[in-house]
Design a protein around this ligand. Structure first.
Ligand SMILES: [Zn+2]
Length: 78
């Protein structure tokens, strides 16, 4: 048995979540490295998304340039 960090009631060790208040016992007991790993994972995900956005912006930029060139050449051929 151990004590829940959320509500202070006794909970069986086999429970990963407190049956009384739902607080995760795993979160309570886990070491900081797991939390750090998760934070890094989230950061990586964010960075990935940010990079994708940057790439899309670059593609849009080049598309815009191509388009303006197309428009220019169309104007010239009028
Ligand atoms: Zn609890």
């Amino acid at each position: 048995m151990c004590i829940c960090g959320g509500c202070g009631k006794l909970i069986d060790k086999k429970f990963y979540y407190c049956p009384w208040c739902g607080k995760s016992r795993v979160v309570q007991e886990k070491d900081d490295s797991a939390e750090l790993r998760y934070a890094k994972f989230k950061e990586k995900q964010f960075q990935k998304r940010y990079n994708q956005l940057e790439k899309m912006e670059e593609q849009l930029d080049s598309l815009e340039k191509e388009l303006s060139i197309l428009v220019l050449s169309a104007e010239m051929h009028k």
